[in-house]
Write a protein that binds this ligand. Structure first.
Ligand code: ADP
Ligand code: MG
Length: 706
C-alpha cells in the first residue's frame, strides 16, 4: 500500500513515550540569564571602573571608550570558557531574514601547546566575506568585504549544542563603505532618530531630558507537527508550507483549540523551550494554544526593541531546534495550511521616556496632554505612511495571510476603541459633551477619563490597535524579523514628532495650551480617516476604506514599491536611517527573494504532482478500470462513474502539469495562478483516490495526530 509510510508514521507517534518527569519550577528560574553576558555577569567579571564605562554606553548610548575593549574581551572570554565555550562568533542578521555566524575557536597554537585567545579586535570587529550574502548591488560596486561591528547594547550569549558551546556576539553588518547590509543597523539608526525627535518634543513640554526606550513585546505564533509527517511532505520541508491538502472535515470551526488545555507532549516541548530561553535571559512569559489546531503562541515580556528583536531571532531558532529534539517540527511560515488560520507576530510597541510610558493615559492634565500628543502623532504617522507599514510586512508567505479572512486586512487602519475615539472626536469638535464613560470631561487636553485596558482591547480584526498603553501592530508575519516594522514605526513617529514640534515651537508661551489643542484638532481632522473601530474582516470595510482613500495593497510586488518611492527615500535619508542606495538594495534583495520563492514553490508543486500524485492516481484508476471490467463481465454493477471521475481528474492533472511547465518559464503571476489551479485538481483527487493509496500525509493527520 502506498500509504504505508503515513500509517507507519501514525503508529510511531502512538508509540512515542511521553515523559512524566516534572522537575520543580524553582530549578528553572534559578538559571535565568546564566548564558547571557548581562549586567549581573559583567559586574562579576569586569573591574568596577570598566563595567561603569560599559554601562554608560549601554544605558545612555555614550560612545564606547576604546580603552576598555581589551578588558571586556578578556572578561567575555573568561566567562564564555567558564560556560564551556570553545568558539566565538559575530552573530548578525543579513538580509536573508535569518541569522548568520562564522565560528572561530579561541585556540591559538603557542609552540607545542595552545593558549585560548580572544582580543579586543576580535570582539569589536569581524570581517566575514560578504559576497555570499544578498546585498542588492551594494557589494558589486565596492568590495566583497563586509564588516561586523559589536553592538554592546545587546548582551553576548552562549549558544549550546549537543557537546559544545559557542560565544555569540551580536553585531551589525555593513559594507566596506559603511552601508548597511543587515537588519540591525537601520534599527539602531532609527532609534537614534526617534530619540532626538522625542527629546525635542518633550523639551517643549518642559520634561527634563531622559533616555528614550522603544519597547517591543513580540508575540510569536507557530505550528507544531510530528516530524514523521513532515518528512513525507516535500512541500513542507522545502517551502515551509503545504502546496496541496484537502480541507479536513474538522479544523477550527468548533473553536475548541484556542486557550484549550495544552497536550502533554506539547507542554514538554514548551517547557524545554522556556528552559533554554530563560537560560539566555529571554523573558518567555506566556504560552497557549492558538486558534488553529496544532497552532500555539509564545509571548515574552517586552524589552527594549533592539534586544527584543535579537531575542525574537533566538526564539525562532530555539523553537525549531527544541521541536526537532522532541520529534516535532516547528513551522514558522505565515500560512502552512490553506483554509485555516495563519501565523503572525504581533508587534506590541510603545515608548518610554525615562520611566514614563508616553502611550499611557495620564493621571493629570499635563500627562494627558503628552499622551494625546503622542497618540495624535501616531495617527498622523500611520495615516501618512500606510504604504511603508504595509511594505514592512510584505513577503511571499505573508501574502497568503494578509487580507485572508482571519488575518488583519492588507488595509492599514487604526483601532482606538470607542472611548478613546470619543475623546478624539471631542478634541476635534472642540465642544464639551459628556464622555461615554461615567462623568463629564472638559474638552481637549486638560482632562481625560481613565481608560481601563479592557475598554481598548476588544477588536482583533484591526492591523494596528491601541491596547491600553501600547500599539499592537498585528500584520507582521510569523517568520519575519521584527526589525523592519520597528524601523518604520520609529522613523515615521520621529517625523510626526518633528512636525508637531515645528508647530509648537512657534506658539507663544502663554498660548501654549490653546495652540496645542488647535494643532491636535487639525491633526485629527486631517487624519482620522485612518481610524476604524469596526470589523476589519468584512467586505463593507474594503469598500469603505476605498471611499476613504486608504490603500489596499494586496501583493508583495506592489508593497515593495514603497521602498523606492521618492518621498519615502527623502524621509529615510532625512532621518539617517537608510540612504537611497541602501533602500534600492533592499528593494532588489526583497524582489529577488520573492521571485525565487514563487519559482521554487512552482517547481515543487510540479514535481509532487508529476512524481508523487500522478503515479498513485493512475494506479487507483487502473484498479478501478479492472474492477469495472470484471464486474460488468459477471453482470454485476460496475464502477464506471467512479472510474470516469478519476480518469477526468488525472487528465486535468496532466493538463495542469503542462500549464505549470510553461508558467515556470513565464512571470510569477502565472506561476501563482498555475499553483492555485493545480491545487484545486490535486485536492479533489485526494478526496476520490482511496485513502489507502494516497501518498501524502493529510491535513487531518498533520493537524490532529501528535
Ligand atoms: P494579547 O495576546 O492579549 O495581545 P499577550 O500577553 O500575549 O497579550 O502579549 C502582550 C505583549 O505586549 C507582551 O509581550 C507584553 O510584554 C507586551 N507589552 C506590554 N506592555 C508593553 C509596552 N509598554 N510596550 C511594549 N510591549 C508591551
Ligand atoms: Mg497573545
Amino acid at each position: 500500500m502506498s500509504n504505508e509510510y503515513r500509517m507507519n508514521a501514525i503508529k510511531r507517534i502512538t508509540e512515542e513515550p511521553v515523559s512524566s518527569f516534572m522537575p520543580a519550577a524553582t530549578a528553572y528560574i534559578g538559571f535565568y540569564g546564566e548564558d547571557s553576558f548581562n549586567t549581573e555577569t559583567m559586574k562579576a567579571y569586569l573591574p568596577k571602573d570598566v563595567s561603569k564605562k560599559l554601562f554608560a554606553t549601554i544605558e545612555n548610548g555614550a560612545t564606547l571608550d576604546p580603552d576598555i575593549a581589551k578588558d571586556v574581551a578578556h572578561a567575555m572570554k573568561k566567562w564564555a570558557m567558564d560556560r564551556g565555550a570553545t568558539h566565538y562568533t559575530h552573530w548578525f542578521q543579513p538580509l536573508t531574514g535569518s541569522t548568520a555566524e562564522k565560528h572561530d575557536s579561541f585556540l591559538e597554537p603557542d609552540g607545542d601547546k595552545a593558549i585560548m585567545a580572544f582580543s579586543d579586535k576580535n570582539l569589536i570587529m569581524g570581517e566575514p566575506d560578504a559576497s555570499s550574502f544578498p546585498s542588492g548591488g551594494l557589494r558589486s560596486t565596492f568590495e566583497a568585504r563586509g564588516y561586523t561591528a559589536w553592538d554592546p547594547t545587546s548582551p553576548a550569549f552562549i549558544k549550546r549544542h549537543g557537546n559544545g558551546a559557542t560565544l555569540c556576539i551580536p553585531t551589525a553588518f555593513c559594507s566596506y563603505t559603511s552601508e548597511a547590509l543587515d537588519m540591525k543597523t537601520p534599527l539602531l539608526r532609527s532609534l537614534q532618530a526617534l530619540q532626538k525627535s522625542t527629546r525635542r518634543l518633550m523639551n517643549i513640554f518642559e520634561i527634563p531630558e531622559e533616555k528614550l526606550t522603544v519597547t517591543l513585546g513580540a508575540e510569536q505564533e507557530y505550528f507544531l507537527i510530528d516530524k514523521h509527517f513532515y518528512l513525507q511532505r516535500p512541500d513542507l520541508y522545502q517551502a515551509g508550507r503545504t502546496l496541496f491538502g484537502a480541507p479536513p472535515a474538522k479544523h477550527q470551526q468548533m473553536e475548541d483549540h484556542y486557550f484549550g488545555s495544552i497536550p502533554t507532549r506539547i507542554l514538554n516541548f514548551m517547557n524545554d523551550v522556556e528552559k533554554e530561553l530563560w537560560r539566555l535571559g529571554i523573558p518567555a512569559k506566556t504560552r497557549h494554544n492558538e486558534v488553529a489546531p496544532a497552532q500555539f503562541e509564545l509571548a515574552p515580556m517586552f524589552e527594549n526593541v533592539n534586544l527584543a528583536c535579537d531575542h525574537n531571532m533566538q526564539i525562532m531558532e530555539i523553537l525549531r531546534q527544541v521541536a526537532d529534539r522532541h520529534g516535532l517540527v516547528c513551522l514558522l511560515h505565515e500560512k502552512p495550511f490553506a483554509g485555516i488560520n495563519g501565523s503572525g507576530k504581533h508587534n506590541n510597541w510603545s515608548l518610554s521616556y525615562g520611566k514614563t510610558n508616553l502611550l499611557n493615559p495620564g493621571k493629570d492634565p499635563h500627562e494627558n496632554a503628552i499622551f494625546l500628543t503622542t497618540l495624535c502623532a501616531l495617527i498622523f504617522a500611520v495615516d501618512s505612511h500606510p504604504d511603508l507599514l504595509r511594505m514592512a510586512v510584505s513577503g511571499a508567505g505573508n501574502d497568503h495571510r494578509l487580507g485572508a479572512n482571519e488575518a488583519p486586512p492588507a488595509i492599514i487602519s487604526m483601532y482606538l476603541g470607542d472611548q478613546l475615539t470619543d475623546v478624539i472626536e471631542q478634541l476635534e469638535n472642540g465642544v464639551p459633551k459628556s464622555s461615554k464613560q461615567a462623568g463629564t470631561m472638559r474638552i481637549g487636553v486638560d482632562l481625560l477619563p481613565s481608560l481601563p485596558r479592557d475598554a481598548t482591547d476588544r477588536n482583533r480584526t484591526s492591523p494596528f490597535a491601541f491596547t491600553g498603553n501600547k500599539f499592537e501592530f498585528r500584520a507582521p508575519g510569523s517568520s519575519q524579523s521584527c526589525s523592519e516594522p520597528n524601523v518604520i514605526l520609529n522613523t515615521i513617529v520621529a517625523e510626526a514628532f518633528d512636525k508637531i514640534s515645528d508647530e509648537l515651537e512657534k506658539i507663544p508661551y502663554d498660548k501654549f495650551h490653546d495652540g496645542l489643542q488647535k494643532l491636535l484638532q487639525n491633526i485629527v481632522k486631517e487624519h482620522k480617516k485612518v481610524i476604524f473601530n469596526g470589523n476589519g474582516y468584512t467586505e463593507e470595510w474594503v469598500l469603505e476604506a476605498k471611499k476613504r482613500g486608504l490603500p489596499n495593497i494586496h501583493t508583495t510586488m506592489e508593497a515593495l514599491q514603497a521602498l523606492v518611492k521618492k518621498e519615502n527615500v527623502m524621509l529615510f535619508e532625512k532621518y539617517g536611517v537608510l540612504n537611497h542606495r541602501e533602500l534600492t538594495s533592499r528593494y532588489e534583495v526583497n524582489m529577488e527573494e520573492y521571485h525565487k520563492r514563487i519559482h521554487i514553490e512552482g517547481e515543487i508543486a510540479r514535481d509532487m504532482a508529476k512524481n508523487i500524485i500522478l503515479p498513485e492516481a493512475v494506479g487507483a484508476y487502473s484498479k478501478a478500470l479492472k474492477v469495472n471490467e470484471m464486474a460488468l463481465n459477471q453482470g454485476l454493477p460496475g464502477v464506471d462513474s467512479y472510474a470516469k471521475t478519476l480518469g477526468e481528474g488525472i487528465k486535468k492533472l496532466l493538463g495542469s502539469i503542462e500549464i505549470m511547465e510553461k508558467a515556470l518559464l513565464s512571470k510569477h503571476e502565472e506561476i501563482i495562478r498555475a499553483m492555485d489551479d493545480m491545487r484545486v485538481i490535486v485536492d479533489s483527487l485526494e478526496q476520490i483516490v482511496p485513502d489507502g493509496e494516497w501518498p501524502l500525509p493529510k491535513y487531518r493527520e498533520m493537524l490532529f495526530v501528535y
